[in-house]
Design a protein around this ligand. Sequence first.
Ligand SMILES: *[C@@H]1O[C@H](CO)[C@@H](O)[C@H](O)[C@H]1NC(C)=O
Ligand SMILES: *[C@@H]1O[C@H](CO)[C@@H](O)[C@H](O)[C@H]1NC(C)=O
Ligand SMILES: *[C@@H]1O[C@H](CO)[C@@H](O)[C@H](O)[C@H]1NC(C)=O
Ligand SMILES: *[C@@H]1O[C@H](CO)[C@@H](O)[C@H](O)[C@H]1NC(C)=O
Ligand SMILES: *[C@@H]1O[C@H](CO)[C@@H](O)[C@H](O)[C@H]1NC(C)=O
Ligand SMILES: *[C@@H]1O[C@H](CO)[C@@H](O)[C@H](O)[C@H]1NC(C)=O
Ligand SMILES: *[C@@H]1O[C@H](CO)[C@@H](O)[C@H](O)[C@H]1NC(C)=O
Length: 613
Amino acid sequence: MAEEATDYSPSKTLLAEVSSNERFAHRRFAVLGVAFCTVCLAAMATLMILYHNLDDGNGSPSTSLLRSCTHPIYCTGEFLQAVQLAQPALFLDSKTFVDMPCRSPPQDILDAFQAQRNSAGFNISAFVQQHFDAAGSEVMTVTPPDFVPNPQRLSKLQNVELRTFAYNVHAVWKNLTRQFNTSYSCGEPCMSSMPVPNPFVAPGGRFREFYYWDTYWIIKGLLVSNLTVTARHTLENLLWAVKEYGFVPNGARIYYQDRSQPPLLTLMVRDYVTATGDLSILTDAIDLLHQEHQFWMLTPHRVLTSDTTITANPTIITSDDVLNRYYANTADPRPESYREDTVTLQSSNGRSPLDMYSSLATGAETGWDYSTRWFANNSEDITAVNAQNVVPIDLNAILLQVESTMKNWTCAGGLAPNPSLCTEYGNWVSSRTKSVVKVFPANPVMGDFLLDVQSKNAKWFGAVSALLATPEYANAVNLADLQGAVNTLVTNIYPGGVPASLTTSGQQWDFPNAWSPVQYFAIEALELASQLSQGTLATAYHTKAVSIAQTWITTTYCGYISTQALFEKYNVSATGAAGHGGEYIVQTGFGWTNGLVLWILDKYASELTTPNC
Ligand SMILES: *[C@@H]1O[C@H](CO)[C@@H](O)[C@H](O)[C@H]1NC(C)=O
Ligand SMILES: *[C@@H]1O[C@H](CO)[C@@H](O)[C@H](O)[C@H]1NC(C)=O
Ligand SMILES: *[C@@H]1O[C@H](CO)[C@@H](O)[C@H](O)[C@H]1NC(C)=O
Ligand SMILES: *[C@@H]1O[C@H](CO)[C@@H](O)[C@H](O)[C@H]1NC(C)=O
Ligand SMILES: *[C@@H]1O[C@H](CO)[C@@H](O)[C@H](O)[C@H]1NC(C)=O
Ligand SMILES: *[C@@H]1O[C@H](CO)[C@@H](O)[C@H](O)[C@H]1NC(C)=O
Ligand SMILES: *[C@@H]1O[C@H](CO)[C@@H](O)[C@H](O)[C@H]1NC(C)=O
């Protein structure tokens, strides 16, 4: 029943090479099949439909499959289920348990569990306390080796309040930089941490490991802080992950192996090279960045008209289009949100475990977990999450920037040119530009493209700005259309920033929450519109960009003054108030907030004023 997925990429031969992901494909198929059948035999048919194109029969890797984690404590199995679903709950947050290192080899713990579980008075809470150390025991907080208290780029701030704030935010890197404790007795298989080679910067709070897309704004901040050694170490950790897994996982935990996150690594390397002039990183990075791009260009992350996981083939998409979506496959709840996902499945209207859990993991891969942006049927309920049927405007904008950067580096860009990659990336850029202009027109309204409903998702605008901030796109469309799209953004700025969406749903990536990535792309979009416009309009767009920047500084500053903390998200309806909603309580720290604050303070040093709290 295998049906060949046709490959329409500009460079068919390249993708026909065996990628490192392929060797995991068949293993994953087997593991999922077994796990799934024991859960739900009746849904076997669904499984076969979803998976039939994974094995295309001729050995060509037209499909990207992530290596799944089968660790019997941290990823799947009866013990994990017993701990995570215990009543009453052992921990407030489902992530706590999967971050706890074992005190003895995993098999010994599993054997003890099997021996004791049915005995009278078995207490799972006491069992966990006896066999596991506290979450995060294997890492230590360290001062970055290149840390100085008052880096030059912050000292130039004339405004005393802002300069003091900048130094305080800068000092928080010392709280967020982590390193493995090598004298910690338990070896690697006893913990869920991925053994990254270098120190890393964690977002903070429950996020004790590095996260993929958070690192984009963390790197921007580290570069302003002149922590260039730490920035390079951080990038080398992410490149290590590509070497090890074929892609960058959501975060540095083995239980994140079934999904990635917005693919910003190439753009992080670009920021590092621009800030430092250090091209030496590219010697090793180019091949790995190319490998990551290949991962994204396999189905089902690549949207192909022949892809049978797309339930309704929208006629606007043709075989020569270059478009991407998020897609994760898993028949298990996310280990770090085990209880939440189990409840969601139970309250869904008969969705199969594979369908429900894959949709939830796909939602997590978007970085926007969760938002009505990903919910089908205009629902505000997470049981309708359906992210795999969305072609996200920002994912495609990011990949267009990635391809353009790779094109520059391989065609000239300060390195020895690589003619075949130069041609390949040139083709990706021109094909994707054509596709995004067609599928996400600036006029009349920009939004995601839905694969199953064939309509634009007009209820949401936030990520519009990522495409609006992309020069290749801006050059390909009519300036008046572009200005119209920017104006939609401008009319939705609130006292505490730009909201993730205009829908109030209780989800954390919806109104009234404001997040760093959204502010950043909005600022970049307005600055690009300013550069492309003339006269008073150019000035007006720049002024709007500064006003979003000032709002973000005001809200983070006022929050800091009243609580001594920086939050992962803020409330657009108030000044300096943390956001709320979603699966866990608001976290402090916080990597990307600090990174964006430092980037803004540096970029707009002479235009910002003392916040009025
Ligand atoms: C189970 O063990 C925990 C932790 O040792 C303890 O707090 C709790 O009271 C115990 N529960 C019962 C029912 O004994
Ligand atoms: C940045 O740090 C490096 C050492 O890591 C130092 O040589 C350089 O002078 C610093 N630059 C600035 C602008 O502070
Ligand atoms: C490192 O681990 C060892 C062994 O578990 C422990 O004694 C020590 O306190 C840890 N060091 C830090 C800084 O956490
Ligand atoms: C959307 O609604 C249709 C029709 O009621 C239903 O069949 C489908 O399962 C819903 N989609 C999701 C993801 O809930
Ligand atoms: C291409 O890369 C080089 C080296 O990083 C950089 O100096 C140049 O600005 C880049 N050009 C473009 C158009 O991005
Ligand atoms: C940083 O860590 C220090 C020492 O643990 C703590 O007092 C301070 O509140 C932390 N700062 C922030 C902003 O989290
Ligand atoms: C956001 O702030 C407004 C105004 O203070 C408040 O009414 C609302 O409840 C807050 N929302 C959340 C989710 O915190």
